[in-house]
Design a protein around this ligand. Structure first.
Ligand code: CMC
Length: 423
């Protein structure tokens, strides 16, 4: 095993070096404090490996994203979301028989507990669907308390199926509630994506055939969002789960972390920004200037990424898909034109080039969701439905890690020294 040498206060320390299967290198500092009294300092964890993982590989410099070894380009639009979810959670793609059983189980588990349905009535009409979703997922610990607390594989599997099955139902029901329509239930012969669309857009009085173009587009979007290694929400799921919190509690924390505009909430923020540019007369250059102004907190939503410093492969796929979907649906969206102009300016601007700020997944997803008829405040919910299998896979991996410990970073205290309390 190779080692790294650290020299501190005249003393030398040898630190083990870990190498991943794709050649990534890490200096193992686990014993550093015990040996030297020093800790590592890395606010925002931009240079910290929090775990070993065999789920997703990203090379941000080369724009590579792989789930369990499969390139995202080979999965998105080619392998249905339910199978990709199976891959992430189980480690391998399902056989035909396993895929059939998995799909049936997911549909059977998509029925929301009737007691939970009463919750929808209690939220104010102004409630954000992400908040409703986080609360509903959290409440599943109370509605399935026996399964939630038991740790054996059978009970964990039951919880996983409920989560994957119900997350799309809860999402669709919160939309139905917001427009005062009756909840629609899933059908066992529909795919995961088709069932979600049916629950969103079907009504009891009309026959609703899920448009293939919408089903395919949604399936692809869900696959593109299914996992992204140790991002903010996934790390939150692992952090919360590391204390022994149950699956539902950990997932609910993930939903809340994803909601923020710097993370999953960016897809809603992008659309709102494009709308603002349109209302302002379409002067996108003014907004680019605002984003570059250090005295202005405004950011160009949908640009930049902690890991991707070349291009986001999900954005590349979505850029193509957005043209195709809008064409097929016959939708002409002025916001797409603004998005393209903005992209063009940013891709050629010194500020963005220097900082390697490229369009990310959230830049184009909103345009497609909008064309599909999904309301803007549901965009981050769509991201959540896609990300659920990734969170589950990471929670399981964390739980099964024999060397796993509660996550508990340290700090450098910079507050007042000891003070005397005067009465
Ligand atoms: N617009 C303008 N300037 C930016 C932007 C942006 N969107 N993103 C980063 N910068 C600047 C930043 O001000 C900094 O400048 P300087 O070096 O002069 O101080 C430099 O670029 C480096 O940025 P950073 O803040 O150190 O980058 P980070 O890795 O901490 O943050 C990010 C990554 C994604 C939070 C950030 O790029 C951002 O806020 N983007 C907009 C929100 C967004 O689209 N988020 C979705 C991310 S992708 C999907 C997901 O993860 O959910």
């Amino acid at each position: 095993m190779s080692t790294a040498k650290l020299s501190l206060d005249g003393k030398e320390y040898e630190l083990p070096v870990i190498t991943g299967t794709e050649g990534e290198v890490a200096v193992d500092v686990r014993k550093l404090r015990a040996q030297s009294g020093a800790i590592t300092f890395d606010p925002g964890y931009g240079n910290t490996g929090s775990c070993k993982s065999n789920i997703t590989f990203i090379d941000g410099e080369k724009g590579i994203l792989r789930y369990r070894g499969y390139p995202i380009e080979d999965l998105a639009g080619k392998v249905p979301f339910a199978r990709v979810a199976y891959l992430l959670i189980h480690g391998d793609l399902p056989s035909e028989q396993e895929a059939r059983t998995w799909r049936r189980e997911l549909t059977q588990n998509s029925l929301v507990h009737e007691g939970m349905l009463k919750f929808f009535d209690s939220f104010p009409v102004t409630a954000h669907p992400m908040n409703i979703l986080a609360s509903m997922v959290s409440s599943m610990s109370s509605f399935y308390p026996h399964d939630a607390e038991l740790e054996d594989d059978e009970h964990i599997r039951a919880n996983i199926l409920r989560l994957l099955g119900q997350v799309k139902s809860i999402a669709a029901f919160s939309y139905k509630k917001s427009i005062g329509q009756r909840y629609m239930y899933p059908l066992s012969d529909h795919s995961y994506a088709a069932n979600f669309l049916r629950m969103m857009f079907a009504t009891p009085t009309e026959f609703y055939a899920v448009p293939k173009v919408l089903e395919d587009a949604l399936d692809m979007l869900l696959v593109l969002h299914a996992d992204h290694e140790q991002n903010c929400s996934t790390s939150t799921v692992r952090m919360v789960g590391s204390s022994g919190a149950n699956l539902y509690a950990s997932m609910s924390a993930g939903v809340n972390a994803l909601w923020g505009p710097l993370h999953g909430g960016a897809n809603q923020a992008v659309l709102e920004m494009l709308e603002e540019i349109r209302k302002d007369g379409g002067d996108y250059k003014k907004f680019v200037a605002m984003a570059k102004d250090k005295n202005n907190p405004f950011k160009l939503f949908g640009f930049g990424h902690r890991v991707y410093k070349n291009f986001d492969p999900r954005a590349t796929l979505l850029r193509k898909a957005s043209d195709a979907v809008l064409n097929e649906l016959g939708v002409e969206d002025p916001l797409l034109d603004i998005a393209k102009q903005l992209e063009e300016v940013a891709l050629n601007d010194e500020y963005f080039l220097e900082r390697k700020l490229y369009p990310n997944v959230d830049f184009y997803s909103g345009i497609i969701y909008r064309a599909m008829g999904i309301p803007t405040d549901m965009f981050t919910v769509m991201f959540t439905i896609g990300r659920m299998p990734g969170w589950i896979a990471h929670w399981l991996e964390m739980r099964k890690d024999p060397g796993g410990r509660i996550h508990r970073p340290r700090q450098i205290y910079v507050g007042p020294n000891l003070r005397k309390y005067e009465k």
